[in-house]
Design a protein around this ligand. Structure first.
Ligand SMILES: [Zn+2]
Length: 55
């Protein structure tokens, strides 16, 4: 088992205003990142179409 994330494949990063989850650098693969990339692309598309509508 990965000692960095205990098999969770994500790490809790302590921030001054809370916590956030980051993918474990030991365990994360491109496959694990793909959903995040897809989410970002969908978000960009959303912003792009919103901008077109307001223009
Ligand atoms: Zn790990």
């Amino acid at each position: 088992m990965c000692e960095l994330c205990n098999g969770e494949k994500k790490i809790i990063e302590q921030l001054s205003f809370g916590v956030r989850f980051i993918p474990c650098p030991n365990c994360s693969t491109e496959t694990d990142l793909q959903p995040i990339i897809d989410q970002l692309k969908a978000k960009i598309d959303e912003i792009e179409s919103a901008r077109k509508e307001s223009a």
